[in-house]
Ligand binder design. Structure first.
Ligand SMILES: Cc1noc(C)c1CN(C)Cc1cc2n(n1)CCN(c1cc(N)ncn1)C2
Length: 394
């Protein structure tokens, strides 16, 4: 029987003979370089790499020449895809922001908040930013459709999203936030992607990140490829990645009068039912979780779900969690966008009932095609001189 010592000696001997023999001790040596003929030289690209390496904003012309395009992950904030959060760097300080095509303010949790409202959030500290420029006397105050909101002061800084970097971007510092935001500790603020006309900064409305970046993008577009309860999706700026969708893209005109990505839907179908043509005034809103549509659509939908009913205690339609939900088709021009039924089981409500991802738009004034819809599609937000929306299956 071998003792510990013998085993240890045997192991040491084994290792010493099989370990890679150390470099032969010798004098100096030289390595012959081999040119990488695969590498396509580009002066601008080399120049641009220097700015990106040191997180410095690129001169506009260089950004245009090298394509200041970028892609950023959009991660579900919770198990129900209530919102999607993206890493955004402000002068090197990275926060998780909710990209919201339904509003136009870029605002962040900050060190200027009362400490009771800071807990659990990543805070932007302007005093630590070398590029921060306060806008003296400028203020902002936003209230969202669900009654939540925030307010504070304003400055400009270098903002980077994925590979897209801009300087002089208005960053709205929160000095007050509502309780819904305080308790949503994964969320460090919002990055508005609606039209700058509805930015709330006074005395002078500020540009959204997309508007600031637009002229330095290869194409004045951004796309949303949100996912259902799985790996993160992406927002891309400046390009349309054809690997992210199938079939063709259907474009539809946008009415920017209200500052939203607003369009007229062409109708709906429930499950395998026939398509009902009807004009639906709707906005594409990544900052809203659910689908809010006219009562006719809601009634038709839940009529096909046994056990579904309007539950006033929940403030919406619920159904047995065991229900098999029909798909909902929403018409975009001649394109029929299909929302899988399983996407419409939003979350458990109470007991064995679940809360529907399709609810009434009554009282809103327009329909909202929120995340439950948008995550079933590849969506192009085209900010060209005639803004339009594009939709494709994926
Ligand atoms: C958790 C959780 N669950 O669902 C949400 C949302 C959260 C986040 N949480 C409660 C805080 C919160 C509240 C809002 N947001 N985040 C995002 C902006 N809001 C919008 C945007 C817009 N375009 N339209 C309407 N409201 C309201």
């Amino acid at each position: 029987m071998y003792g510990f010592a013998q085993i240890a000696l045997a192991l040491a001997t084994f290792l010493s003979t099989t370990a890679a023999s150390p470099l032969r001790k010798s004098g100096n040596f030289s390595v012959v370089q081999k040119l990488n003929t695969q590498f396509v030289r580009s002066g601008p690209a080399a120049y641009a790499r220097a700015f990106k390496k040191f997180n410095k904003p690129m001169p506009h012309d260089l950004a245009v020449a090298t394509g200041n395009d970028g892609s950023v992950t959009a991660s579900p904030e919770d198990a129900y895809d209530s919102e999607y959060l993206c890493p955004v760097s402000i002068d090197g300080q990275t926060l998780a922001l909710d990209f919201d095509t339904g509003s136009a303010d870029l605002w962040v949790f900050s060190t200027s908040l009362p400490s009771s409202e800071q807990k659990g959030h990543t805070l932007f500290d302007p005093s630590k930013s070398t590029n921060w420029k306060a806008l003296s006397g400028y203020k902002w105050n936003i209230t969202y459709g669900d009654g939540s909101g925030a307010s504070g002061t304003v400055g400009t800084d270098v903002v980077t999203v994925g590979g897209t970097s801009v300087s002089g971007q208005a960053v709205e510092i929160a000095t007050k936030v509502s309780s819904a935001f305080v308790s949503d500790t994964a969320n460090d603020g919002l990055l508005g992607l609606a039209f700058s006309s509805i930015n709330t900064v006074t005395p002078k409305a500020q540009h959204t990140f997309f508007d600031t970046a637009k002229s330095s993008l290869s194409s004045p577009v951004f796309t949303a490829d949100l996912k259902h309860r799985q790996l993160p999706g992406t927002y891309d700026f400046g390009t349309i990645d054809s690997s992210k969708y199938t079939g063709t893209i259907t474009y539809i005109d946008v009415d920017t009068a209200n500052g939203f990505w607003e369009f007229t839907g062409s109708g709906y179908a429930v499950g395998s039912g026939s398509f009902v043509s009807s004009s639906i005034d709707a906005i594409a809103d990544t900052g809203t979780t659910l689908i809010y549509v006219p009562d006719a659509v809601v009634t038709a939908y839940y009529k096909q779900v046994s056990g579904a009913s309007y539950d006033s205690s929940q403030g919406g339609y619920t159904f047995p969690c065991s229900a098999t939900l029909p798909n909902l088709t929403l018409g975009i021009g001649s394109y029929h966008a299909v929302v899988p039924g399983q996407y419409i089981n939003y979350s458990p409500a109470s007991g064995s009932k679940c809360f529907g991802g399709v609810q009434s738009d009554s009282g809103i004034g327009f329909s909202i095609y929120g995340d439950v819809f948008l995550k079933s599609q590849f969506v192009i937000f085209d900010g060209s001189s005639t803004p339009r929306l594009g939709f494709a299956a994926k």
